[in-house]
Ligand binder design. Structure first.
Ligand code: ZN
Length: 207
């Protein structure tokens, strides 16, 4: 699974609610496990379905990354922030804007109502980092990217304008395309070598 990079249109679209039918769908659980895999592979702590091109109100998170003790892996379906309290400022990044970190002011404490993978309605309270992750991912479901939450001063200081961010992401995309091309070259060579070996073996048997 590839994470869509800014300025991909999937990141700017408001996602559709997950239906009961979706939850019962054969594709639903595999999608969640693929999303976790992708998030861990890319070193993220949260991933929203629109980031992998699925326009559904679904997100996965683990506030400690995969390996940290006491971290929580969670799946939030149709999450709604139902109350907010206080503020916090911390540096924030996004798998869809690799390499860019900006200080972002967020609400500190939040109450969230969501549906879990068995279809039950749940309520949780979160603060600090976990609260920040949920707010960032819920924003993705609404087509909002984290730099849009940055103050004008922060944006001016860090990037002058959004073209700076776009250029950075284009460089990343160029690198990814290069790795992909190299991979397929190596695979093609391996296939050819295998075929050659097979042919050799067959000829050997004949002779
Ligand atoms: Zn993000």
């Amino acid at each position: 699974m590839q994470v869509r990079l800014f300025p991909n249109a999937a990141l700017k679209t408001r996602a559709e609610p997950v239906t009961t039918e979706d939850i019962r769908g054969e594709w639903f659980r595999p999608l969640i496990s693929e999303m976790f895999k992708t998030m861990y592979r890319d070193g993220g702590v949260g991933l929203a379905a629109p980031q992998v091109g699925i326009s559904k109100r679904l997100l996965v998170l683990n506030d400690g990354g995969r390996l940290m003790h006491g971290s929580r892996a969670m799946v939030l379906i149709n999450p709604e922030i139902i109350y907010i309290e206080g503020t916090q400022i911390d540096e924030e990044g996004c798998l869809s804007l690799p390499g860019i970190f900006l200080p972002i002011e967020r609400t500190n404490k939040i109450g969230v109502r969501y549906i879990d993978t068995t279809g039950n309605i749940c309520n949780i309270e979160a603060d600090g980092f976990l609260s920040r992750i949920i707010q960032h991912e819920v924003d993705h479901l609404d087509g909002i990217l984290f730099f849009e939450r940055a103050s004008k001063e922060v944006l001016d200081y860090y990037s002058k304008n959004l073209d700076g961010l776009k250029k950075r992401v284009d460089q990343m995309r160029f690198r990814d395309a290069y790795i992909k091309r190299r991979k397929s070259e190596i695979q093609a060579r391996a296939r050819k070598a295998k075929l050659k070996a097979k042919r050799k073996k067959r000829n050997g048997n004949n002779g």
